[in-house]
Design a protein around this ligand. Structure first.
Ligand code: NAD
Length: 245
């Protein structure tokens, strides 16, 4: 479905991102994953190599525009273009506001929002030059309903939706589609790290009766990345088993 497309995926070393890497690779794309550290990128590439998947990897500091720009330029020099950019890297939070420092709030906004500005700003000139592209962002179910603690996380994901809808309008004349996927509770380290008391009642309340698997989410990204979604832009696609928590 995305044969010979060049796809860059941030937060591609584990969880949802790693599954998007696999799904895109299986569907014919040349995939370049980003991770936060050299070691985690090497570990992910090793795992993928054992699965006979040829994937490339980088670890730019996503909060540093110049570093991101240099990396995107390097990728375009090597592969000729970037067709698909997936902004998936993200961190969550669950502390009450009194226990949250302003630095913790800033760190969430820096990775979950500012980094998207940096990767998109560095990629758009290349997409325009190539005649178009697809930008996909990982939002969250909490971008619709908020959550009762960890206010930085839903705040950042509401911003992701705003950025997605605005850039969809700004970049449509350049034939660049911009969409987001809003997963519900998905079986990754991010959820494993949250307190059981918080997660178990949420899972019980999901109408489809189970937590999402990374592949459920990755398939939605594949659809939005492909020409099947050629007239879809500015959309926030929920993949949450109809959870409304
Ligand atoms: P995860 O913790 O398993 O993976 C996070 C990814 O982000 C990793 O690849 C990691 O390398 C990268 N990352 C973390 N900090 C980074 C940094 N400082 N710089 C660069 N990269 C960094 O989490 P996940 O559950 O796979 O989450 C992926 C995305 O999905 C996030 O944006 C998250 O907000 C979103 N999401 C997850 C769930 C869920 O239930 N798991 C639900 C809704 C949305």
């Amino acid at each position: 479905m995305i044969k010979d497309k060049i796809a860059v995926i941030t937060g591609g070393t584990r969880g949802i991102g790693l599954e998007i890497v696999r799904t895109f690779e299986e569907n014919g794309a040349k995939v370049i994953l980003f991770g936060s550290k050299k070691e985690s990128v090497e570990k992910a590439l090793e795992t993928l190599k054992k699965e006979n998947r040829g994937v490339d990897g980088y670890y730019p500091n996503l909060s540093d525009f110049e570093e991101v720009e240099k990396t995107m330029d390097e990728i375009v020099q090597k592969y000729g273009k970037i067709d698909i950019l997936v902004n998936n890297a993200g961190i969550s939070a669950n502390k009450k506001i009194e226990q949250t420092s302003s630095k913790e709030f800033e760190d969430i906004m820096s990775l979950n929002v500012n980094a998207l500005f940096n990767t998109i700003k560095a990629t758009v000139p290349h997409m325009k030059e190539a005649g178009g592209g697809v930008i996909l962002n990982t939002s969250s179910m909490v971008s619709l309903y908020g959550q009762p603690s960890g206010v930085g996380y839903p705040t950042s994901k509401f911003a992701v939706n705003g950025l997605t809808k605005s850039l969809a309008r700004e970049l449509a004349p350049a034939n660049i589609r911009v969409n987001a996927v809003a997963p519900g509770i998905t079986n990754t380290d991010m959820v494993a790290n949250l307190p059981k008391e918080m997660i178990e009642p949420l899972i019980k309340s999901i109408p489809l009766g189970r937590m999402g698997e990374p592949r459920d989410v990755a398939n939605a990204f594949l659809f939005l990345a492909s020409d099947l979604a050629s007239y879809v832009t500015g959309e926030i696609l929920s993949v949450d088993g109809a959870a409304r928590a």
